[in-house]
Design a protein around this ligand. Structure first.
Ligand code: ISL
Ligand code: CA
Length: 542
């Protein structure tokens, strides 16, 4: 008998995402590593988070930053050893911090032993671990993948083509094959047995494909495969799963995360992160309306709350810094704090990406040598003849995944303390006043604000379990309410760089009774019948 998930600990989890290559280098080779993560446990404990999620650290050629896995059960030697990882678990667990790892099971690296076998011959025992077609099929089903490459790659050994959505070095696994599925289950149990508390499931919706059309949108066996994963793995201990999904409405997502279905625990939604882009295109800046952004978040609150559990995200390793997307260069501290309060005080599990708690802006990306990421390289090649260099780099600066992957700034020493050597991606950045040491010594810093915010998120049940209601969302002003066991709290914000007044009447009348400010981003914030909100001012009141 399996032990089903017993507690809802994820409802009070604040999860800090670590991109291991860029977090902290312990041995001066310019590459972040597991000992580096161990060395920052006190910092994360002081921040107040209670869970970390570590992006892939498994053996990998790192064509896609480690999301191309060569060996599922080993640690890449650039990052350390399995013993180091066990020590990491011990260190974090001893502080009461849970550890979540990344599960990349839609594809492997083309260097994975399974793929090396699979490509050899049509009757190899591993042939059906991947998705193979002949030329006539491929000619009739051409398409471009995520990184602007063809989705079918030729191999001469058997004169046939394999399927991939991401780079050609990331062949996709054939989940129709029960033997492949049982190997994946075994691998997941290996990490659970070591003590891992949960998994972030990379592009998990892609694992089921229509055998007639693997590149198509149909996912006929997705629920079946996820329930099987739950039965065979996730239910064996009190662990959680977070799905990375794209293009899912709340209605479509609910069956994946509704508890009674025993599939996944949580899923990311990124609708609000598409705002401020031209026609939704990731590399092109467009107009940004704060009330659309708040409206997207509120829509998910209304659709999911009470039925399943939301996630709250402003950044990750695939996204530029939220300050550079939605904040203000004139008011960097105020706007970084407003973004944090607006998003994380809603109902849901909060995810903070390394450096976000410092209010980091993007590094400078303005030449070919400042691009490392495979998606950005694909974009560069696609548009380099069509656009002038200025126009091209403007887009890349705006959208590139490299923005989030520069070394974490720890102090004011060379390379901001990320490494004593030469950083693997040596991009120019202005982190003189936005680094952990500088912010530690400044009580008005974004870091100090995040500490207070994380504390109330975890310890004040209005902000974890409370009901959500959007009371006002007009132009740049928003007000929402959280209510738990008849105790109210209100989150108020002016998401713009000009001062505005807000009259506490009609729907906002309850706010008049507020007498206490729980959190604010201006030292002299005050509650009055007509609130005068300064640029990016946010007030959390009760
Ligand atoms: O960044 C993206 C969306 O804005 C996409 O290009 C991204 O590739 C997609 O979201 C899937 O992401 C995940 O799987 C990829 C990997 O490159 C990403 O880093 C990962 O988060 C393939 O494993
Ligand atoms: Ca290192």
């Amino acid at each position: 008998m399996s032990i089903k998930q017993t507690t809802d600990w994820y409802k009070k989890a604040v999860i800090y995402q670590i991109y291991p290559r860029s977090f902290c280098d312990s041995n001066g080779d310019g590459i972040g590593d597991i000992q580096g993560i161990i060395s920052k446990a006190d910092y994360l404990e002081d921040l107040g988070i209670n869970t970390i999620w570590i992006s892939p650290f498994y053996k990998s050629p790192k064509i896609d930053g480690g999301y191309d896995i060569e060996d599922y059960c080993s640690v890449d030697e650039e990052y350390g050893t399995l013993e180091d990882f066990k020590a990491l678990l011990k260190t974090y667990h001893s502080k009461g911090i849970r550890v979540i790892t990344d599960l990349v099971i839609n594809h492997t690296s083309d260097r994975h032993a399974w793929f090396k076998e699979s490509r050899k011959s049509k009757n190899n025992p591993y042939r059906d671990f991947y998705i193979w077609r002949d030329k006539s099929y491929v000619d009739a089903h051409q398409g471009l993948g995520e990184f602007n490459q063809s989705q079918w790659e030729y191999t001469a050994e058997t004169d046939s083509y394999y399927f991939h959505t991401f780079s050609k070095e990331q062949p996709e696994l054939n989940w129709e094959n029960p033997l492949l599925r049982s190997k994946i289950h075994e691998m997941i149990r290996f990490w659970m047995d070591l003590g891992v508390d949960g998994f972030r499931c990379d592009v998990i919706y892609l694992i089921s494909k229509d055998p007639e059309n693997p590149a198509g949108p149909n996912r006929p066996r997705l629920h079946e495969f996820l329930h099987e994963l739950y039965e065979q793995c996730f239910s064996l201990k009190d662990c959680i799963t977070i799905a990375e999904l794209w293009g899912y409405s709340p209605e479509k997502m609910l069956p994946l995360i509704a508890k009674e279905r025993e599939e996944l625990t949580l899923a990311f939604q990124f609708d609000h992160l598409s705002r401020g882009r031209k026609n939704g295109r990731k590399y092109e800046r467009g107009d940004f309306c704060p009330n659309d952004f708040i409206g997207d978040l509120a829509k998910w609150q209304n659709e999911i709350n009470g039925k399943a559990w939301n996630t709250l995200v402003l950044e990750n390793h695939d996204q530029p810094r939220s300050l550079s997307r939605f904040g203000s260069p004139q008011y960097p501290k105020e706007s970084a704090k407003l973004l944090a309060a607006a998003c994380f005080l809603m109902q849901g599990t909060a995810f903070i990406y390394q450096g976000q708690e410092l209010g980091l802006a993007n590094p400078i990306i303005n030449s070919r040598s400042t691009i490392n990421d495979i998606e950005t390289i694909g974009y560069y090649h696609r548009y380099k003849t069509e656009l002038s260099p200025d126009a091209l780099y403007k887009r890349i600066q705006f959208g590139s995944r490299d923005n989030a992957r520069v070394g974490m700034p720890w102090d004011n020493s060379p390379h901001f303390g990320f490494t004593s050597g030469k950083p693997w991606n040596d991009l120019p950045c202005n982190y003189e006043s936005t680094n952990a040491a500088a912010e530690q010594n400044d009580s008005t810093s974004v870091l100090h604000f995040y500490r207070k915010l994380i504390h109330i998120k975890i310890h004040d049940e209005r902000f974890s379990l409370g009901d959500f209601q959007l009371l006002y969302n007009v132009d740049s002003l928003f007000v929402y309410q959280r209510k738990y066991q008849n105790q109210n709290a209100f989150v108020i914000g002016n998401f713009s760089d000009s001062a505005v007044s807000l009259c506490l009447c009609d729907a906002l009348a309850d706010l008049k009774n507020c007498s206490n400010i729980i959190l604010s981003n201006y030292a002299d914030a005050a509650l009055k019948p007509v609130l005068h909100l300064r640029p990016y001012e946010t007030i959390v009141a009760e």
